[in-house]
Design a binder for this molecule. Structure first.
Ligand SMILES: C[S@@+](CC[C@H](N)C(=O)[O-])C[C@H]1O[C@@H](n2cnc3c(N)ncnc32)[C@H](O)[C@@H]1O
Length: 243
């Protein structure tokens, strides 16, 4: 669906942020996740410093901001509404987070998610269902997806949790993209760098990136980056993906 006409934002006497007046025009209206619930979503996903987090339909940007400010993530929001995009981008700049947090003014169906470590969504079950093929195609094994109140039909959650906030409860679903990424050893190469050597020593053609990350106590992203460097010098032949 296209952009609403600009005059719609100026209509008097209607709080556009809290009604469905605008929301009905898109897939989902803007309703914010309470901050205490946002923190729990990011904790459930175990967001690590340096990881890439996407919030699909980012509203006022609170998930993006908290992920960057409190969890040290590189965070992206995707928001179709121009007013919310501008408002959240202004807040990010005011808070000095622009080097770590960004809002993309687009439809989440159109934004590639291939570099995500964590995806958060407070949408609707029907929208989650429509997004599912894209998520399955683009997200790498071991990527975590956390949804607020609405399930992804056909996926089995790893954790379902109820969080109470004031007068209402919020249901959180944590999913993990199945599959394993297994780096295969390449030709013997002397590696000077200590960190790269540590990773190279654990590459045996059986261990996945996730297992190596677990052994080294670092986010998968760091191991993936090391493996990319090892591939360039031939120490890793390829990364086999078993879904
Ligand atoms: C329920 S709100 C969630 C806001 C925020 N993620 C949070 O949890 O506080 C859903 C948001 O998705 C946005 N939205 C709806 N359809 C969209 C689409 N196709 N692409 C990007 N954003 C969309 C809405 O404008 C709204 O801001």
């Amino acid at each position: 669906m296209g952009e609403p006409p600009p005059w719609l934002w100026d209509l008097p006497l209607i709080n556009l942020y809290n009604t469905d007046v605008i929301g009905f025009m898109y897939d989902v209206p803007f309703v914010a996740t309470p901050e205490v619930v946002v923190r729990r979503m990011l904790q459930l996903a175990r967001v690590q410093p340096g990881e890439v987090v996407y919030d699909l339909g980012s509203g006022d940007g609170r998930i993006v901001i908290i992920a960057a400010k409190e969890f040290g993530a590189r965070s992206y929001g995707v928001e179709i509404r121009k007013d919310l995009y501008e408002q959240s981008m202004a807040r990010i700049k005011d808070m000095g987070l622009a080097d770590r947090a960004t809002i993309i003014n687009a439809s989440f169906y159109d934004v590639p998610l291939t570099d995500a470590d964590v995806v958060t969504m407070y949408l609707l079950t029907s929208v989650n269902e429509r997004l599912r093929p894209k998520l399955e195609k683009e997200l790498r094994p071991a990527t975590r997806v956390v949804t607020h109140d609405f399930e992804v039909p056909g996926w089995r959650p790893v954790v379902v949790e109820e969080v109470y906030e004031d007068w209402r409860s919020h249901k959180l679903y944590l999913y993990k993209i199945p599959g394993r990424e297994i780096p295969l050893p390449g030709k013997p190469v002397t590696v000077e760098d200590r960190w790269l050597r540590q990773v190279a020593e654990l590459i045996d053609g059986n261990r996945s990136l996730e297992e190596i990350a677990g052994k080294l106590g670092v986010p998968i992203r760091r191991v993936r980056e090391a493996v990319e460097q090892l591939s360039k010098i031939g120490a890793v032949e390829e990364v086999k993906i078993i879904k």
